[in-house]
Design a binder for this molecule. Structure first.
Ligand code: NAD
Length: 731
């Protein structure tokens, strides 16, 4: 059974339907390209066929994109010369799409071709839009939920099957920039207004058929003499402005660390100055260049292949389905309100419990406000809002939790309170109910002591804000059993987030790695490193927020609280007194971060962040001799990397894929690198170990090379070489 089938009606329209077997959305693979090419060829050769419509067999969508494993296969096929096989593979894809676009036309006269239209029932992403862009007209259903776009840049590549060249030629470089460089996706009406697609209609298949039978003009503007690019080519005065601006914008947004953005811009710039077929070759060369860049391979691996594998349950115990039907959320504060929202959005019934009815109701109003914002943006209907709100019951009465099959506790971070609520819940829920805590800092195994059923006790750690943050960290306590792990994973799947499963050690995984990053930044302030250098060094290496800004966002008093608790637990071994000196002083000055409109940064009356606070200098004078940028960057990065390696060494992490995906989604670890383990593989373990030794000598024992990294450096091993294959295959 192939993914593409063709049916030619009595009206002479050949309808090619794409329907990937076993998937809810179409995904392009190697065989798919061959089948599409063959069918288009047959239709063009068939005298009875007057026109062709390419559509999808899936309700509400045309296609979600390409199976990026194709790229790995193309690369592998090349053996010693992966560039050659990649380039040829990409040019083959171009060939298929170019044959659609030329549709049998005479190369000189542009005559005799057959019209080919795309009829999209909805979502068309990546190759799912590149194919329509090669057709002569694009019809899309009026489906406000559909997304139309080329989001490749988000996984570290760019549209390389002609989408870049065609979109720029269709819309102009300026108009195409947000779509290509930011991966911006639009609903069909906005996509039409932007000029990406041509028609939004009730019945795209019927409209497309009618159009192909209307003897339309089909030659693309760029295949006609005298074509001029909308907005001007690079050496046109308007075009000149566009390209200078785009180049600055790309560098501003990416800080120069994402190879795909630069390559994309080069493909557009160079391609704009030559005929279309040459531009396609240039696109293919730059695409190959990006695919061979270790950053792109690492991003594809972490953000596409491994992220998907984890979402599909790569590390799920082999037990029956544990889907949640009713969740009890304890504590309707910031986290509880968010957890109730994402659960109800996934169609799960929620009981939201707090100490006072007003508090519980306030938690529910978070969902109401969220839905109202959606209504204002026309993304949500009033009925949908009512349906979602209807799933949330607020209460102060534990008996209301009786039917819940999962409890997520998000009360105050206090072991005593958590123990009390655990016991109260177990009085009323069924034997099979799984109890999860959202604690950020308290050991799960300790909290589990309050439970009669520690094997059913687990950590489900959300990040704030719950509705935006895609990572959920699942923490196994010492006694947590497989049913609890499966329940947590099935819940995370229901709410469409990405899970990692880790073991129970101080700060679990994400916070364990991010705290040393923050501390290293603050430590440098104490040493007299220019705060702007610290912040910019972090951003120039791809961190979304500098450590000082991050401290302001998460609040200085929280930092103080964590520092005090950690010191109490570690005693003399506590290594962060220097950091605390700065933090505690900031707290004593009332500079608690964004929430008090005063922190490492200054804020205006409306709470908008201004520059770094100039009062810092009075207490921590800036040294005359400032360190090299790369040294500041390595301190900030190694502080995180080494924690990740230690987490693996100690068995907190069981799978490096989780370490990489969790780092990017959890705290924004330089996404261009593919995550800490991918980054170590890019620089190589021998260099990483050498750098640890230098940093230890200069800055102290916290940079000491972990034994695992030392051993790998000596053996010349990489993390994915050593641990990649062992990671369980994707489900
Ligand atoms: P919060 O103070 O906003 O909310 C806590 C809520 O729990 C309040 O509404 C309070 O009335 C309620 N509560 C307290 N005792 C209760 C009891 N005995 N019974 C019922 N309700 C009770 O706190 P938060 O920021 O939402 O954090 C909640 C939990 O989530 C904590 O364990 C925290 O460590 C964890 N967490 C917080 C974040 C974050 O960024 N804030 C992130 C991850 C995890």
């Amino acid at each position: 059974m192939t993914d593409f089938t063709m049916d030619t009606g009595a009206d002479g329209v050949a309808v090619i339907t794409w329907d990937t077997q076993g998937k809810s959305m179409n995904v392009m693979n190697q065989q798919g390209f061959e089948d599409l090419d063959r069918l288009v060829g047959e239709a063009l050769a068939d005298e009875a066929v007057k026109g062709i419509v390419i559509t999808s067999g899936k309700e509400g969508s045309f296609a979600g994109g390409m199976d990026l494993n194709i790229i790995a296969r193309m690369k592998d096929a090349g053996g010693d010369d992966p560039a050659k096989s990649l380039f040829e593979g990409v040019m083959d894809m171009h060939g298929v799409l170019r044959r659609i676009e030329r549709a049998g036309m005479d190369p000189k006269t542009n005559k005799d071709g057959k019209p080919i239209a795309a009829a999209l029932p909805g979502t068309a992403l990546g190759i799912g839009l590149e194919i329509p862009l090669a057709c002569h007209r694009i019809f899309c259903a009026d489906n406000p939920k559909a997304k139309i776009g080329l989001p490749e840049i988000m996984v570290g590549i760019f549209p390389g099957a002609g989408g870049t060249t065609r979109l720029v030629r269709k819309m102009g470089a300026m108009a195409a920039s947000p779509l290509l460089l930011e991966g911006k996706m639009n609903d069909p009406k906005k996509a039409k207004a932007a000029g990406v697609i041509d028609e939004v209609v009730d019945d795209p298949l019927a409209a497309a058929k009618e159009w192909v039978l209307s003897e339309p003009k089909i030659v693309k503007p760029w295949d006609e003499k005298g074509y001029k690019m909308p907005g001007g080519a690079p050496y046109h005065p308007a075009g000149f402005m566009t390209f200078v601006g785009a180049s600055a914008m790309v560098n501003g947004k990416t800080q120069g660390v994402y190879p795909a953005a630069k390559a994309l811009l080069s493909a557009v710039y160079e391609g704009a100055q030559v005929p279309f077929d040459t531009a396609l070759k240039i696109e293919a060369r730059w695409f190959t260049n990006v695919l061979l860049n270790p950053s792109s391979s690492a991003m594809i691996r972490s953000l596409f292949i491994n992220k998907e594998a984890l979402e599909k349950g790569a590390n799920r115990p082999d037990v029956p389905d544990q889907k949640v039907s009713k969740v009890g959320v304890l504590g309707a504060g910031m986290m509880g309100a968010g957890i109730a929202l994402v659960s109800a959005l996934a169609g799960i019934k929620v009981v939201l419990l707090d100490q006072k009815q007003e508090a519980a109701d306030k938690g529910k109003s978070y969902t109401a406000d969220y839905m109202d914002k959606g209504i204002a943006r026309k993304k949500v209907t009033a009925e949908k809002k009512e349906a979602v709100l209807g799933l949330i019951t607020t209460t102060t009465d534990y008996a209301t939790l009786a039917e819940c099959d999962l409890i997520v506790e998000a009360v105050f971070e206090d072991p005593g309170i958590k123990a009390t609520v655990t016991k109260a819940v177990e009085e009323v829920v069924g034997e099979d109910c799984i109890f999860a805590t959202n604690t950020s800092t308290l050991p799960i195994s300790e909290l589990a002591k309050a439970s009669k059923r520690p094997e059913q006790f687990i950590g489900i750690h959300f990040f704030s804000p719950v509705d935006k943050m895609m990572l959920v960290e699942i923490i196994k306590g010492r006694e947590t059993g497989p049913l609890a792990v499966a329940k947590a994973l099935d819940f995370v799947r229901q709410i469409r987030k990405t899970p990692i499963v880790v073991n129970d050690e101080r700060f679990f995984y994400a916070n364990r790695c991010i705290i040393p990053y923050i501390n290293e930044g603050i430590r440098m302030v104490k040493e007299g490193v220019e705060p702007a250098l610290i912040e910019n060094a972090a951003k120039l290496v791809g961190m979304p927020l500098g450590p000082l800004q991050l401290t302001d966002e998460t609040s200085i008093d929280l930092g103080v609280k964590i520092a005090k608790a950690t010191k109490a637990a570690m005693g003399d071994a506590y290594p962060n007194d220097e950091v605390d000196e700065v933090l505690f002083w900031m707290e004593s000055e009332g500079r608690l971060g964004r929430k008090s409109s005063a922190g490492f940064y200054a804020y205006d009356e409306k709470g908008k962040r201004q520059g770094l606070w100039d009062g810092l200098e009075g207490r921590y004078p800036v040294k005359d001799n400032q360190p090299e940028l790369v040294d500041v960057q390595h301190r900030l990065l190694f502080a995180q990397l080494l924690e990740a390696v230690r987490a693996l060494e100690e068995g907190v992490l069981e799978d490096i894929r989780e370490g990489d995906v969790g780092a990017i989604l959890g705290w924004g670890f330089a996404p261009w690198s593919g995550g800490p383990f991918s980054w170590l593989d890019i620089i190589g373990t021998p260099y990483a170990a050498e750098r640890c030794d230098q940093l230890t000598e200069q800055f102290g024992e916290r940079f000491a090379c972990p034994a695992l990294l030392r051993e790998m450096a000596e053996k010349g091993q990489s993390f994915y070489g050593r641990f990649g294959q062992e990671a369980k295959a994707a489900a």
